[in-house]
Design a protein around this ligand. Structure first.
Ligand SMILES: C[S@@+](CC[C@H](N)C(=O)[O-])C[C@H]1O[C@@H](n2cnc3c(N)ncnc32)[C@H](O)[C@@H]1O
Length: 388
């Protein structure tokens, strides 16, 4: 095995200097776990329009360790199947598994505030690196990790074994949790979910913590930290902005191509009070997902070069089409059972009136059938999502 002790110490020192790593236990874990083992057979580097495969076996040791101990997220799988050893050269594709950047990984684990002896359930094993760090801190018998992709799970299991951790790696849909090893004291998701599955609440002890990125857009998503209560509900706040790949079972098929058939019949048309391009900013995008869960934001250009923006909710067959006017204003055409822009714009206006609080001001309350989000005590900044 390559000796990467110096690189591990350097990574831990950098993360501590940057404030991402604060506890001695976490520092010892980063210094002990060789990240390079978890990246086999290789990674894809982002070259803008393509992904360049780099394998451990096809790269000299210094370059490989330089990559492994960079502060970057390293993509290890594209399109649900492709690994770097099966790509001949740069390829297009969508990342479907990765080793998340170390600052985010250690920050999330510290945020979990796991205590000695706690049982932790991780959703999204990926490479296994984050599971290995938790095994080092808590002991391998106290970590259960679930990965939906069998090939990814197999590689992670092998990497964990070779790093010396015989932990509980499970192949399956982590949105269902893993009842066989419940109850847990902590649940940590390293993929994003549209909502926290109630199965996780059921499988967590009262007083236990669940940490999960909520949202279905690539941005405008937040890290919810909730505590499970004796009465079977869970309550908490958003610890901050956070971005992760979508949980596969919930991944939203992007709306693309010719959109004219979807927007042919509008029920109303009016001037916008708020510029819809606000939805390209993080917090308005987060609010839009609270106000209109299931909606997607789409950017396009009309045949004559006019900028077009849309909100679509494919499940509720509703749309809002925004057309830029020459005067800098926008007109919205809305169709379908839900006037998407009416509800989103109302939330955006209320949020501006409240002084534009950030995501850390949002609280969430979870029951078996509802997620209720709330900012301060303002009725206009309360969103109740009912399941089913
Ligand atoms: C960002 S990666 C995880 C990073 C990982 N913790 C690490 O340290 O390398 C997200 C992983 O979540 C997995 N995933 C997606 N949906 C899932 C689901 N429903 N259940 C379990 N795992 C899922 C993906 O296959 C992917 O491997």
């Amino acid at each position: 095995m390559t000796d990467s002790a110096a690189e591990r110490r350097q990574l831990a020192a950098t993360l501590a200097r940057d404030g991402a790593l604060t506890s001695p236990g976490m520092r010892a874990a980063v210094e002990a776990v060789p990240r390079e083992l978890f990246l086999l057979p290789g990674v894809f580097l982002d070259e803008g329009r393509a992904w360049r495969p780099v394998t451990a076996s096809g790269t000299d040791q210094d370059t490989w360790l330089g990559l492994a101990y960079s502060l970057d997220t390293l993509t290890t799988q594209l399109d649900g199947h492709l690994t770097a050893d099966h790509a001949d050269g740069p390829v297009a594709g969508v990342p479907t598994s990765s080793s998340t950047d170390p600052a985010t990984v250690v920050g999330m684990i510290e945020n979990l505030e796991a205590q000695p002896g706690n049982q932790v359930l991780e959703i999204g094993t990926g490479t296994g690196y984050s599971a290995a760090l938790m095994c080092h801190i808590l002991g391998e018998d106290n970590v259960t990790t679930v990965e939906v992709d069998p090939a990814v799970a197999g590689r992670a299991d092998a990497a964990l074994e070779s790093a010396g951790y015989s932990t509980w790696t499970v192949t399956g849909d982590g949105l269902l949790g893993h009842p066989r090893r419940a109850p847990y004291d902590r649940v940590i998701a390293t993929c994003a979910a549209r909502r926290i599955p109630y199965a996780w609440v059921r499988q967590t002890r009262p007083g236990g913590v669940i940490l999960c990125t909520i949202g279905s857009w690539a941005y405008g998503t937040g890290l919810a930290k909730v505590v499970v209560r004796e009465d079977g509900t869970a309550e908490g706040e958003f610890a901050g902005r956070s971005s992760f790949m979508q949980a596969r079972a919930q991944a939203v098929e992007p709306v693309a191509g010719d959109l004219s058939a979807r927007t042919a019949y509008a029920d109303s048309e009016r001037a916008c009070r708020t510029n819809p391009t606000a939805l390209e900013e993080w917090m308005p995008a987060f609010l839009a997902q609270l106000a209109a869960p299931g909606a997607q934001y789409v950017r396009a250009v009309g045949g004559d070069g006019t900028p077009l923006r849309y909100l679509f909710d494919p499940e509720r067959e509703s749309f809002a089409e925004f057309v830029a006017g020459g005067d800098g204003g926008w007109v919205v055409r809305q169709g379908g059972p839900v006037a998407l822009w009416d509800v989103v714009e109302e939330s955006l206006v209320a949020w501006r009136d409240a002084g534009e609080p950030d995501i850390t001001a949002v609280r969430v309350h979870i029951t078996a059938s509802t997620h209720t989000y709330q900012i301060a005590d303002r009725p206009a900044l309360r969103w109740r999502h009912v399941l089913g």
